[in-house]
Design a protein around this ligand. Structure first.
Ligand code: MG
Length: 247
């Protein structure tokens, strides 16, 4: 779309500034773009359903798109169309690496409420293996605000708390723009993320200031495309209907 806009802009500037034609005498066809067409896709029949150009990362059947973050097979439990963290099996990550993307992912904190704060229904979605979008049971549980569900962990508080009750399925829709680095490793542009939680905007083009750190301030390290990583924080959080579109 950016390309189309630039083409339109160049036509516009040539005809407006170049020739000095008054607007009311202009031909509207000079600012119409016909030869570049967006690819036609079929959207999902329902909100949250994968469109035809999505990469299906988890369809409820198997973990074939995932491996253990430590290497080897992902060992989370697949049952009833969901994958659930098996404590101690470790984080899992997609076999494929991604740059800019749209991600849809559904998650569920355990119905049986155990623990408090960061110990209750904790998992996380690490965008490009580094930038954590927090998954946590924040329905009725106190923790630091920049660590609750929907936060960019320890960086950005969600605009609202759109959590459903533990045991209910919830959705994140994520639009992520990867950071750009120069050849010598400097940040040209940081990462940006927009997140909808159960259809509600909770991060609006939020600037990510670096990789998520438990202690201290983040510092960017240059990297290329990377996986989506899901955190084993020891709680049996489940995921389903995970798909991604590269942008
Ligand atoms: Mg977490």
């Amino acid at each position: 779309m950016k390309k189309i806009f630039l083409v339109a802009l160049s036509i516009w500037s040539a005809s407006v500034s170049g020739q000095g034609i008054p607007r009311d005498k202009m031909d509207p066809a000079t600012t119409e773009v016909w030869d570049l067409k967006p690819k036609k896709i079929t959207p999902g029949a329902q909100p949250g359903e994968a469109p035809s150009d999505a990469i299906i990362l988890f369809d409820g059947k198997d973990l074939s798109a995932w491996s253990s973050a430590k290497g080897g097979d992902a060992r989370w439990e697949v049952k009833d169309g969901a994958m659930t963290i098996v404590k101690g099996t470790g984080d899992i990550k997609t076999k494929q690496a991604f740059g800019d993307f749209q991600l849809h992912i559904e998650w569920r904190a355990p119905e049986k409420v155990e623990g408090e704060g960061q110990g209750r229904g904790n998992s996380g979605i690490f965008l490009q293996e580094r930038y954590e979008l927090q998954v946590l049971d924040s329905y009725e549980s106190a923790t630091y605000s920049n660590g609750q569900a929907g936060s960019i962990y320890k960086q950005s508080i969600p605009l609202v708390n759109a959590c459903r009750k533990p045991g209910e399925w919830q959705a994140y829709d994520v639009i992520f723009t990867a950071p750009r680095f120069s050849e010598n490793g400097r940040v040209i542009t940081p990462a940006y993320v927009t997140v909808l939680h159960n259809g509600v905007v909770i991060q609006n083009n939020t600037q990510i200031i670096g990789p998520s750190e438990f202690k201290g301030m983040p510092v960017y390290q240059p990297h290329g495309k990377a996986s989506i990583k899901l955190q084993d924080h020891g709680n049996p959080v489940s995921y389903r209907n995970v798909w991604l579109r590269e942008l």
